[in-house]
Design a protein around this ligand. Structure first.
Ligand SMILES: [Zn+2]
Length: 220
C-alpha cells in the first residue's frame, strides 16, 4: 500500500512534466518538478526526456541534499530543496523556462497587477529574482526572497518557479503565470496597460483562497 502510494506520487510527477510539455509551458527538458515526500522530496532526474521517464527514475532526496539513486537529481535541486525546507505551506514546485515568463525575466521585469488573476501569486506583483548562476546557493537565496509571501516568481535571465500546496496547484499556477505574462506582453504592444490598485488585488487574493483547485488554505 505504502509502495503503491509512492509509485503514484512518482507517476504524478511524470504526468505533470508531460502536461507542461503539452501546454507549451516547457522548453525541451529544461523544466523540473519536485514533490514533498516523507522527510525529503521526490525530484525529476537531470537531463532525462520526459517521454522515456519511468517512476523508478524519479530521485528521492533527503533534506540534507543526499540521495541514493543511479541518476543524479535535476541540477536545480537546490532551490527545490530550499523552498520546501523554508516554506511549510509548499508541497510541490514547478520550474520551467516558458517563453513569455522568460522574456520578462530576461528584461529583469516584474509582472504588475495588469489582470485580476495576479491574485494567484498571492500579492500585487510577481517579482523577478536577480540573476545568479543556475544550481548555486546564491540563486536559491534570491529565489526564496522573491517568493516571500508569493506563490510564484520570475528568475532573471532564466525562467520561472511556481509553488503549490500540491502538484495540481503548482502546475495550475505555472500555466496561469505564463498566460498572465503573455497577456501583459500583448497589452504592452497594443497600448498602455491600466493596473489594478493594491486594495482590489488584496480583495481577489482573499477570494482566491477558495478558488479553483485550492483545497487547503495557505499558511503564508
Ligand atoms: Zn532552469
Amino acid at each position: 500500500m505504502a509502495k503503491d502510494k509512492e509509485f503514484a506520487a512518482r507517476q504524478s510527477i511524470i504526468d505533470a512534466c508531460l502536461r507542461l510539455e503539452r501546454q507549451g509551458v516547457n522548453q525541451g527538458a529544461a523544466g523540473n518538478i519536485s514533490l514533498r515526500w516523507k522527510d525529503g522530496l521526490l525530484l525529476t532526474p537531470s537531463g532525462m526526456p520526459y517521454d522515456v521517464m519511468t517512476p523508478d527514475d524519479i530521485v528521492f532526496m533527503n533534506m540534507d541534499g543526499s540521495y541514493d539513486h543511479e541518476f543524479a537529481p535535476s541540477s536545480e535541486w537546490r532551490f527545490h530543496r530550499d523552498i520546501l525546507h523554508a516554506r511549510p505551506d509548499v508541497g510541490a514546485i514547478v520550474h520551467a523556462h516558458p517563453i513569455y515568463c522568460t522574456a520578462f525575466a530576461i528584461c529583469g521585469m516584474e509582472i504588475p497587477a495588469a489582470h485580476y488573476m495576479i491574485a494567484l501569486a498571492g500579492g500585487p506583483t510577481v517579482r523577478c529574482a536577480p540573476y545568479a548562476t543556475y544550481g548555486t546557493a546564491e540563486l536559491s537565496e534570491l529565489v526564496l526572497e522573491a517568493l516571500s509571501g508569493r506563490t510564484c516568481a520570475l528568475m532573471a535571465n532564466h525562467g520561472m518557479v511556481a509553488t503549490g500546496v500540491d502538484l495540481r496547484e503548482a502546475l495550475w499556477i505555472a500555466v496561469e503565470l505564463e498566460t498572465l505574462c503573455k497577456q501583459y506582453a500583448t497589452a504592452l504592444q497594443v497600448g498602455t496597460p491600466k493596473l489594478l490598485d493594491e486594495a482590489e488585488v488584496a480583495k481577489n487574493v482573499e477570494k482566491f483562497k477558495n478558488y479553483g483547485l485550492r483545497r487547503k488554505t495557505r499558511a503564508a
